[in-house]
Design a protein around this ligand. Structure first.
Ligand SMILES: [Fe+2]
Ligand SMILES: [Fe+2]
Length: 342
C-alpha cells in the first residue's frame, strides 16, 4: 500500500487562486483599469505566496510500485504505429520510462533556460513596466518556486532511473529552447533578446498547467509520478495568471516600435511549444536500442513535426486580444502566419 504525507490539495490551491481572480474581476475595458487590475493582482499573488507555495509544504515520500508504468501511452507520438504496437512488453515499458524522463527533462529546461532568466530580468529591473517592487517581489517568489520544481523533477528522474536501471539515459536539448536561443542569437539589441526570453516565458507559463494536467490526475501511472506532477501544477495554477499580468504591464510600457516587434515575437513560442520533439525521442529510443527507431520516428516526421491541434492556445490569443495586439495589422498578420487565427 502506498502512502504519502498529506499535501495541500490542488482543489485548495485552486480556491485560493480563484478567490484572487474573482476579487479582481472588475472592468478591464480601459487601459488604466487593466493596468490597475494587473498591478493589484500581482500584489495579491505576492502576498499569498507564503501560504500557497509548494516549497513551503512537506516533501513527497518516494515509493516505487511494481505493477505500474511511468507514463501514459497516449502521450507518445508513435503510439499508433505498427513498430511500437508490436514491441515487447518490456520494451514498451522502457519507452514509457523514457517518456517520463523526457517530460521531466523538458520541465527542467523550461524552468532553467526560459522562466528563470526572464524572472532575473524582472528582478534586475531590465523589463519596462515590471521594474517596481511588487513585480520584483512576485518574480523573486516565482524563481524560488521554479528552483523547487527543478529539485522536484530532478529528484523524480534520479529515482526513476535508479528504479528502472536506466542511469545512463541522457536527454539532449529540446527544440523549444533551441529555437528561442537561435532567434536571440540573430538579434542586435539586448532588449530584443530579453523580449524573446520574456515572451517565451509568458507562453510557457500559460501552457505549463495544461501540460501538467493530464498526468497530475491519472491514477494508472506510478503514484509518485502523479504526486510529483500534482505538486508542480499546484504552483503553476498561480503562475499562469501571474505571467498574464506581467505580460500586460510589460506590453503597455513598450514604445510603438517595440510593441510591433513584440507582436511579431509572441505567437512564435506557441509553435515552438507544439513541436513534437522528435529528435529528442529518436535519441532516447536509440539509447534503449528500440528496433528500427529511426524508421519509426521518420514516420512521425512524415505526419507532422509540430502538432498545434494538441495545444489549447486560446489563452495566448485572448491575451493578445486584451492588450490590443490583434487590433494592429502586424499583430493579426503575425498570429495568422503562425496558424493561430482561425
Ligand atoms: Fe514550474
Ligand atoms: Fe512556473
Amino acid at each position: 500500500m502506498i502512502r504519502f504525507r498529506p499535501s495541500v490539495s490542488l482543489a485548495t490551491s485552486l480556491i485560493g487562486i480563484l478567490d484572487i481572480m474573482i476579487a479582481f474581476n472588475d472592468d478591464v475595458s480601459t487601459l488604466s483599469n487593466d493596468v490597475s487590475r494587473s498591478k493589484r493582482m500581482l500584489s495579491a499573488f505576492a502576498k499569498t505566496w507564503p501560504n500557497r507555495a509548494r516549497v513551503k509544504k512537506e516533501e513527497l515520500v518516494p515509493i516505487f510500485e511494481e505493477n505500474k508504468e511511468d507514463f501514459l501511452e497516449e502521450l507518445l507520438p508513435f503510439k499508433d504505429q505498427a513498430r511500437y504496437l508490436s514491441a515487447s512488453k518490456e520494451m514498451k515499458s522502457k519507452v514509457l520510462t523514457c517518456g517520463w524522463i523526457m517530460y521531466n527533462a523538458k520541465t527542467v529546461q523550461i524552468e532553467t533556460e526560459i522562466v528563470a532568466p526572464a524572472c532575473s530580468d524582472i528582478t534586475a529591473g531590465r523589463l519596462p513596466g515590471l521594474d517596481d517592487p511588487e513585480a520584483q517581489l512576485a518574480a523573486s517568489e516565482t524563481m524560488v518556486d521554479e528552483a523547487y520544481h527543478l529539485h522536484l523533477v530532478e529528484e523524480a528522474n534520479r529515482l526513476t532511473k535508479r528504479w528502472r536501471g536506466m542511469d545512463t539515459l541522457h536527454v539532449p536539448q529540446f527544440h523549444l529552447v533551441g529555437y528561442m536561443k537561435q532567434m536571440q542569437a540573430q538579434m542586435e539589441h539586448a532588449w530584443q533578446r530579453q523580449m524573446i526570453q520574456f515572451c517565451t516565458a509568458v507562453v510557457s507559463e500559460i501552457f505549463i498547467s495544461d501540460y501538467l494536467h493530464l498526468l497530475s490526475e491519472n491514477q494508472e501511472i506510478q503514484s509518485f509520478n502523479r504526486q510529483t506532477v500534482e505538486a508542480h501544477r499546484h504552483d503553476e495554477m498561480s503562475h499562469s495568471p501571474l505571467f498574464r499580468s506581467f505580460g500586460k504591464l510589460y506590453f503597455y510600457n513598450l514604445t510603438e516600435a517595440q510593441q510591433a516587434f513584440c507582436a511579431d515575437i509572441l505567437p512564435r513560442p506557441v509553435v515552438w511549444f507544439a513541436d513534437r520533439e522528435l529528435d529528442v525521442w529518436l535519441s532516447l529510443l536509440q539509447q534503449i536500442n528500440f528496433p528500427d527507431a529511426e524508421a519509426m520516428i521518420q514516420e512521425c516526421r512524415d505526419q507532422h513535426e509540430v502538432d498545434l491541434a494538441a495545444l489549447d492556445y486560446a489563452g495566448i490569443v485572448s491575451l493578445a486580444s486584451e492588450i490590443g495586439m490583434l487590433d494592429t495589422k502586424v499583430g493579426r498578420d503575425s498570429f495568422a502566419k503562425q496558424g493561430l487565427l482561425g
